[in-house]
Ligand binder design. Structure first.
Ligand code: NAI
Length: 333
């Protein structure tokens, strides 16, 4: 098996190296096809998103991606947005749950965000109507709403989840969010084994910071999904401890850390590889390597609970030492 690897910029190569070692310790040793993207690719390829990289992901179907710095200045599109558009990665998946020894205000959080990735206000359609008046177009289609709703219900079924909750503002945007909600309801009727309800996005935010443990799978259009998914990361300790996957048709998936390149600590062997490792676990589940995914999760939780953690989590372990401890725990387990 060949997998595209985008180590990324800043701390990206350090955390990617750590994760590749942990995967190998669990017996997952694909041929990695490494590529640069973003700022790192501009000198060599003149673009942040080289065609050879897109071809590699299309061929291999699966990529593991570290954080990427988008060069400052006009003319460079974000690699993350570019990848989603070029590969039609229509579903963003972010499971969010508490981890041992990762401090947070909440316990018992175990929810999943399913975010539509391709339309809504992110279609980038904006224009000046007259000076001082800008129109930004929010695009909602039945097709995109249906495929993300089907994705959410099928995911719920496969992962033993009880309920899907659609999040919207259909009381105000009666046509746009109304279409999203109606479509979710139709898809829910075809998946009667999974419970369904809906909630207005502002009320959803209140529920999330009062009783996050009551929520299960959240299904959202693009903009609300973007905002609510970071809110949910905050419920369990922040972007350093949550995974993310961008998934498209035909099994294509880009599994990524959602934190940035952390230039302040890059090159010092102190970065926490947990977010990318959790994303790699999602990748293993996607590849139906559930046994290896479970072994890594058990080892990661054991090492976190032991307190031998990187300094962002209050410990003194280096990136290398933390990864070594996880590898050892896998081998002993
Ligand atoms: P950042 O996430 O890189 O850093 C924010 C703070 O969190 C820093 O103090 C950093 O040291 C810390 N941090 C982040 N990841 C960490 C880790 N794994 N272990 C330990 N500490 C960690 O956000 P910032 O500074 O806003 O962005 C820096 C660069 O990253 C920018 O060029 C931005 O464009 C890019 N970026 C890329 C993303 C991606 O590729 N998914 C997402 C967000 C930002």
């Amino acid at each position: 098996m060949t997998i595209t690897l985008i180590p990324g910029d800043g701390i990206g190569p350090e955390v990617a190296h750590a994760v590749v070692r942990v995967l190998a310790a669990a017996g997952f040793r694909p041929d990695w096809e490494p590529f640069s993207a973003g700022a790192g690719a501009v000198d060599e390829h003149g673009t942040t998103l080289p065609q050879a990289l897109l071809d590699s992901i299309t061929r291999n179907k699966v990529a593991l991606k570290g954080p990427i710095g988008t060069p400052v200045g006009k003319g460079f599109t974000s690699v993350n947005v570019g990848l989603r558009q070029a590969l039609d990665l229509y579903a963003n998946l972010r499971p969010v749950s508490n981890l041992p020894a990762v401090s947070s205000r909440f316990s018992g959080v175990d929810l999943v965000i399913v975010r539509e990735n391709t339309e809504d206000l992110y279609a980038g359609l904006e224009h000046v109507v007259v000076p001082g008046v800008v129109e930004s177009l929010k695009i909602i289609t039945a097709r995109a709403s249906e495929r993300i709703a089907v994705f959410a219900f099928e995911y719920a079924r496969r992962h033993g989840r009880r309920k899907v909750t659609a999040v919207h503002k259909a009381n105000i945007m009666k046509l746009g969010d109304g279409l999203f909600l109606d479509t979710c309801r139709e898809v829910a009727a075809r998946h009667a084994d999974i419970a369904f309800d809906d909630v207005i996005v502002d009320a959803a935010c209140m529920h999330l910071v009062m009783h996050p443990e009551r929520l299960d799978v959240l299904l959202l259009p693009n903009l609300y999904g973007d905002i609510v998914s970071d809110l949910c990361a905050g419920l369990v300790g922040g972007l350093g401890v949550v995974p993310s996957a961008n998934l498209g048709a035909g099994g294509v998936g880009v599994f990524e850390a959602v934190h940035g390149t952390a230039p302040d600590i890059a090159g010092r062997d102190v970065a926490n590889p947990t977010a990318l490792l959790l994303s790699a676990v999602l990748m293993l589940q996607h590849l139906q390597e559930d046994d290896k995914a479970a072994r890594i999760m058990t080892a990661l939780k054991g090492v976190l609970a032991s307190g031998h953690v990187t300094r962002d989590l209050g410990g003194t372990a280096t990136t290398t030492a933390f990864a070594d401890a996880i590898c050892r725990a896998i081998e002993l387990g």
